[in-house]
Design a protein around this ligand. Structure first.
Ligand SMILES: Nc1ncnc2c1ncn2[C@@H]1O[C@H](COP(=O)(O)OP(=O)(O)O)[C@@H](O)[C@H]1O
Ligand SMILES: [Mg+2]
Length: 367
């Protein structure tokens, strides 16, 4: 949108500059001059990247600059339709101000750029690094100043990137796009539904959950390993891609309602491909994977499980179940275990609706 300010956050090295250079090239081809400012890379470095990505666009201008006022001067001279600032943390709004990258410098730079964008009807794309150390002012310090905040995340798999909108004044939030990183930059994965399944038939300790990401349904494999603890120190509880605190609650529910004793067991849980799953609907998938590992028996083939698990072992309804089922059926699964909730329309797979976690164990042949 003309006059809009978009923040692109992500960890260093994830691909923010790559994505924005690709975007800048495409915008320049379509809508006229685009100015790309880098406060961290030299013209030579960026030119090299542009060449590798196959961007050869006369309407794309580059300037290596950290002084925000020099940036403003360049914008005035060129009058671009879009401005990329890579990154906010390397811009200096006030020469006599605090350290570059500090909260006041970053905030003031973002505020000045937002003002410029609104006044000139210019699209402003701002890069912000997420750093673990917290010595830099991260994207959260400026989120309130921008119209849209978008984050680029990686998965442990290495090649996959997920672009997620967290705030969007012009459209839906929580939308995702999935990309593959390669020599030619980021290319969109058109059909990511099955990207987060491991190849082959899932063995003991694995379950498959249809997870909603924006308007998409992704099938995600959850893998669990329950194994006797060493006996030295407390048993291990580790997760990757799932929230540890949530998993601790699920373990307690399983002990209480399935009569398991896990106090002397190490429990590990991970999502295939390392995708972050933050949905209550994945609760039941995590429980099924754990139970399958405890029993050392695989889940029935072609089965997906989803549902929120309550503290009393009850299985609670989740949003948009029919959509999940349609996608699951389309991908060839023939059975779904899910909460008792209304499902409109005809579905071409077997649907088993369950009220409690004991019932799930029974249906999966794992009681
Ligand atoms: N020649 C290459 N082939 C494939 N991928 C590359 C190549 N060079 C860089 N990359 C990828 O690009 C990433 C760096 O992207 P970059 O846009 O500079 O990240 P950011 O700006 O977020 O720090 C690297 O981590 C790597 O995954
Ligand atoms: Mg960069």
């Amino acid at each position: 949108m003309p006059g809009s300010v978009v923040l692109l956050g992500g960890e260093p090295g994830i691909g923010k500059s790559t994505l924005l250079l690709q975007l800048a090239g495409a915008l320049a081809a379509r809508s006229g001059p685009v100015l790309y400012i880098s406060g961290e890379e030299s013209p030579g470095q960026v030119a090299l990247r542009a060449r590798r990505l196959g961007i050869d666009q006369p309407a794309l201008y580059f300037l290596a600059e950290q002084d925000l006022h020099a940036v403003l001067g360049a914008v005035e001279r060129l009058a671009p339709t879009a401005l990329v600032v890579d990154s906010l943390q390397t811009m200096r709004a006030r020469a006599d101000g605090p350290d570059i990258g500090s909260v006041p410098q970053v905030r003031e730079s973002a505020a000045i750029l937002a003002h410029l964008a609104k006044g000139a009807g210019l699209v402003c794309l701002l890069v912000s690094h997420i750093t673990k150390g917290g010595d830099f002012a991260g994207p959260k310090t400026v989120e309130h100043l921008v119209d849209a905040a978008i984050y680029l995340e990686g998965t442990r798999d290495g090649q996959l990137r997920i672009l997620r909108s967290m705030k969007n004044r012009f459209g839906a939030t929580d939308e995702v796009a999935v990309y593959q990183m390669g020599v030619q930059g980021l290319t969109e994965v058109a059909n990511p539904s099955t990207l987060f399944l491991s190849s082959g038939t899932p063995g003991p300790g694995a379950s498959i959950v249809p997870v909603l990401e924006g308007s998409r349904t992704l099938l995600v494999e959850i893998q669990a390993l329950v194994t006797p603890a060493s006996g030295y120190g407390p048993p291990q509880r580790r997760t990757a891609g799932l929230e540890l605190n949530r998993v601790l609650v699920l373990l307690a529910v399983m002990e209480k309602h399935l009569g398991l004793t896990l106090g002397m067991q190490d429990c590990y849980l991970a999502t295939a491909g390392g995708i972050e799953v933050r949905e209550p609907a994945a609760d039941l998938g995590a429980c099924a994977a754990l139970l399958s590992s405890v029993r050392a028996r695989a889940l029935p083939e072609g089965t997906v499980v989803f549902g929120e698990v309550g503290l009393s072992g009850d299985i609670r309804p989740v949003r948009r179940a029919p959509e999940r089922l349609r996608e699951v059926a389309k991908l060839g699964f023939d059975r779904a275990i899910l909460p008792v909730q209304p499902l409109r329309g005809k579905l071409s797979l077997e649907v088993i609706q369950v009220k409690g976690i004991e019932e799930v164990a029974e249906q999966l042949g794992l009681s």
